[in-house]
Design a protein around this ligand. Structure first.
Ligand code: PSU
Ligand code: MN
Length: 307
């Protein structure tokens, strides 16, 4: 990405130049995943968590024709204010948004791509996009998977939501040669739930061990695949299974009733979950992101210490 279109915040630029730990954070989770005004509180808190662990946060969005890496507080407010109607930007949308000056929030795909272009290697978020149910007919597979297949970025998340086809998502990650590491778990997490019922191929039990695997993957394995480090939601915040199953059924029915497709599926479902659970899913969502961002910061620090 040409320098004129990539704008690094001062603190991020300095940390990268000095080889210090930096953690990328996405903005779609703020603009499209969490309701205002808690989105701004969460956005600020995630940055605070990264700092507490000794790393520098770099929240990413597209503003005024540039990919901004390390939003300042005014920019964070702009992203979080629903009145500004930020567009959800996947990687394919970056060229048009940058060229036309449209303001947008970045997904896992576009955050990973921009973060890597800026020189960042670790990214903490909530859930990864994946293969949607019914993808055999709709071909709806998140670009998050294709980007992770060719972008050397470690994404720390709580797996993917059970609104997706989880077995198919894991198959595609294998096809893409993306290592999937369970963080203190042998099971692939399903966002609100700690266990999707599927195994992870590899497990690590500390940030230091994760950093060792990530560094070895980057340095010694041919190709440009990223790494997926999956961290289950903290036990005390895991959603009740019955509530979860009820929300899932209700959400899928709503999508069908209202004929929701494509990029609107994930935001529509999240909104339904937050409303129908009267905030239970919002708390779960917030807590798992906090936990993932903490792990991401610890891994980034371990990688920086190793270098
Ligand atoms: N999952 C969540 N919250 C989110 C998203 C996914 O629990 O906010 C967002 C992320 O930005 C992710 C994107 O990259 O949705 C995937 O969307 P799609 O399936 O349209 O590619
Ligand atoms: Mn899609």
């Amino acid at each position: 990405m040409a320098d004129s279109r990539l704008r690094l915040g001062d603190e991020v630029a300095q940390a990268l130049a000095e080889g210090r730990a930096v953690v990328a954070l996405e903005s779609t989770i703020l603009s499209h995943g969490l309701p205002a005004p808690s989105n701004l509180e969460v956005g600020r808190e995630l940055e605070r968590i990264v700092r507490e662990r000794g790393a520098v946060p770099a929240t990413i969005a597209v503003l005024d024709g540039a990919a901004v890496v390390g939003l300042d507080d005014a920019q964070l407010q702009r992203v979080c204010d629903p009145a500004n109607s930020l567009v959800k930007l996947s990687r394919r949308d970056l060229g048009p948004a940058l060229a036309t000056g449209v303001a947008g929030a970045t997904t896992v795909a576009s955050t990973a791509a921009i973060g890597h272009a800026a020189g960042i290697g670790v990214f903490g978020t909530g859930g990864l996009g994946g293969v949607h149910r019914g993808a055999r007919e709709t071909w709806d597979v998140s670009a998050d998977l294709a980007v992770l297949a060719e972008t050397p970025m470690t994404v720390v998340c709580s797996g993917v939501k059970s609104i997706l086809d989880i077995p198919a998502t894991l198959e595609l990650l294998e096809t893409s040669s993306v290592p999937v590491l369970g963080y203190g778990t042998d099971r692939f997490p399903a966002f609100y739930l700690r266990d999707s019922g599927l195994d992870v191929p590899w497990r690590v039990d500390s940030a230091k061990d994760a950093a060792e695997v990530i560094a070895t993957h980057r340095e010694h394995v041919p190709g440009r695949a990223g790494v997926l480090l999956v961290n289950p939601i903290p036990v005390e915040h895991e959603m009740d299974r019955e509530l979860h199953d009820r929300l899932l059924a209700g959400g899928l029915a709503k999508l069908e009733r209202e004929d929701v497709h494509g990029k609107h599926v994930t935001p529509a479902l999240l909104e339904y979950f937050h409303t129908a659970s009267e905030g239970v899913s919002l708390t779960a969502n917030t807590e798992l992101v906090r936990s993932n961002v903490r792990v991401a910061a610890e891994v980034a620090v371990a990688l920086a210490e190793r270098a």
